[in-house]
Design a protein. Sequence first.
Length: 447
Amino acid sequence: MTGLLRLRLALARPIDAASLLAFRALFGGLLLISVIRFAANGWIAALYIEPAYHFPYWGFGWLRPWPGAGMYLEFFALALAAGCLALGRCHRLAALACFVLFTHIELLDKAAYLNHYYFVSVVLLLLLCMPLGRLRLRPNTTAPAWTLYALRLQVGLVYGFAGLAKLRGDWLLRAQPLKHWLAPHADFPVLGPLFARPETAHVMSWAGAAFDLAVPFLLLHRRSRPYGFVALLGFHALTGALFPIGMFPWIMSCAALIFFPPDWPRRLKRALGRPVPADISHVPADISPVPADSHAPLGRLALAALALHFGVQLLLPLRHHLYPGDHGWHEQGFRFAWHVMLVEKTGVVTYRVRDPASGRVFVVHPEDALTVQQAKQMAFQPDMILDYAHRLAAEFAARGLPGVEVRADAFVAYNGRPSARLIDPTVDLARERDGLAGKTWILPRPD
């Protein structure tokens, strides 16, 4: 038997589907809560309806928010799909609807980017591909092993790359940006006085990097799993209380449950005195009593699709190495790479628009036309500064001044450093184009 065939057989081996069904229910429920929270806080209008201009991702400029009440209808449809996913109703259709709707909303504006939005989209894509459609918590309910392993690997990659990203001077040696973020929390219950001390930021920086790198391995092993899970809950509870990171702590705490034995929901029900269907827990936790030679191996096409998916997941967070300099400063390759809580940046940008025909120069302050959130995010993100430069060129052309030159005076304070120029002020941004190539008009981070 070849190694590839052994792998295909191992990935297709039946396992108890109880943990997968519990994960689907919890994940769908959290997505539903996120939508309700989004609507209750007025963020649908603030982020997608009120702005006169949106910052599209490169390659997705054709996407636009729905006009009028369309965005409310899209969020309502997402809520319905999330509810169906949580209840296990029409699994593939619900997962497909959640993936399409959520990813569409995610791609509408870079100003609203958060790391865990990308994680939600990726997990929804995996759930869409999993054969969980008609499964219920019944006797001997099984699923192929690759479904569980894929989710475990996806979660492990998030923590692994987040930990690797912290192995840098700012995080480990300067304790930035934690030193900046912890100081205002001196009034936090019990721990507040510690947060006011600079050495606390250094300890927490090292502990955070160690946690991210170690927790997937702690969760994988039976003896260390309880300690790893308690540490994970404590870590996410503390970061959720200290920092405005939304649903991320809840989502990752829920995702960690997939590292427990596949039959843990049955065991939990039994421990709570609830009636439990006859199960397969009398055999080793990771397999079912079905003999190894009684199931077909995972198809070659499915194996290739899994390899492609995780190849992208492995390479995408490493693409910032293709660009010279500090990626936290120039932000090339920064998004979709699990660079969680690595930077604190504030900026201010002013545009100088020159009409070559008359020589007249117009000074434009973008915050006059953008929302507070958009202006804040754009001021330190070079590709958003470029986007708005093109917007200004189009606006002046519509006013009868085609071919204007647009330059930016952009200053950014980065991880406790003094404010410095981010963009070359001599470059006409109206002539530059976004893309994967390195942006020579971004100035290097000053030492």
